[in-house]
Design a protein around this ligand. Sequence first.
Ligand SMILES: Cc1ncc(COP(=O)(O)O)c(C=O)c1O
Length: 495
Amino acid sequence: MSKDFYGEHSDMSLDPEYIRTLGYRIVDIIVRDIADPTRRPPFPPLQSPEKLESVFGGPLPRKGMDPEEILHTIEQEFLPASGNHNHPCLMANVLTGAMPLSGLVEALVGSIKVRPTTWRNQPASCQVEITVARWLGEMTGFSSNAAGYVTSGGSWANLVGLAMARVRCAGWNVRAHGCAGHDPLTAYTSEEAHSCFDRSVELMGVGRELLRKIPTDSGFRVRPDLLEDAIQNDLEAGFRPFCVVGQAGTINTGAVDDLNALADIAQRYGLWFHIDGSYGAPAALNPEARHLFAGIDRADSLCVDPHKWLNTPFEAGCILARDWSSLRDTFGLLPPYMRSQMGEAHDQYQHGFELSRTDRALKVWVALKQYGADRYARMIAGHMALARYMAARIGEADDLELMSEPVLSTCCFRYIPPGIHERTHDPLPYLNDLNRAIENEMADGCQALVSGTDVRGKRVLRACIASYQVTRESVDKTLETVRVIGRRLDERMRI
Ligand SMILES: Cc1ncc(COP(=O)(O)O)c(C=O)c1O
């Protein structure tokens, strides 16, 4: 280890000028990567664990290493084995690029170690988080005065939504007494809901089977009549319904439930109404799409993820509530070792589970300040237009089939070899295998990436256009890539 890296205060400190040199070096790595967004594919080629173990594994280092060598390893070895979320042909899951200034701000937050736990410790960070929640509430039409907490992502935010629902609607003091000895709690959502709801009810001890998955209509929207039937059946059978979860942009097709109908039902039965808008809620900014979200302002809580459609770096999910009391009623606690630092209304420790955590809101605040809601609205409208363009291209192709019309910015489709119906009477198993193989090949270092999912028992390819880097050319290129791979695999797998 060279003596020059360290200043005189302790043998762990670095000379400020040297920190500057390292910082510039990191900025150079970042900018080189962003300036050439197709240099790395959306997902890296499949990596062997042995190779990565040889680079990143090994014994615990006993002696330190030259920082420049470490950065060299990151540039030469870490980046090539990492997904490239800034790639213009990345349309898998709800993966999006990272707004550059927000990304750089992450380095600042990490370097000065911001912890938005208490107002006394980090008032600016607490205020930024409070502001971000309020802005997200306004952007989505949820409330112009929302309370909220920035989470690691949508999974966590949805868990918090259910936790608030349980505290408020179980009918007894769940925090003090738990659930034993009471009627079993039940929650209700669409069969199209994200798997994080299964995990949430598992973690909460509600149990996966007591999350009732309600069937959807032809547009993948939950059937309100069946939802109400399920609640009534459960009440008659001695269960204790506590929460209705609406979907505002499902993971599979981007469907948005009839939120007003769900709000009516929740209200009728005295249940909490939570909405998962992780992916879709920012589309309420687009005047053309706003009608889809009618009723969002009647929810008790809303999940919205800036690290999805707002293109901030990970981690940025957000749980919004109508006021602070439901968060505080769910998490508020004043341990003796925190007492002298706490007691202010804006202690975020009282509004979430974690004590120490990093500032996740500043990068969102920066992105919203930099671009403004109007520019985001234009980006989102552009993505929705691109999804319609993609659907039209799929409709024109003789070897592609559209499986769901885009509601927001997601298109489901599949590759169908021309003439397949002459080759077999029952093409479904073959088409499922073929499309799964296309999906796998694209995830192995290909220069375009969609993901796959099951829609009504069929394996389909799914393109979600939510990244600021996606263009019409990247849509064309992605479809062409699917067709080229589809043709090649069909030759190989042919029945
Ligand atoms: C609709 C929906 N809900 C929840 C989640 C989970 O969010 P996260 O990956 O941020 O935990 C996702 C992720 O794609 C999603 O699309």
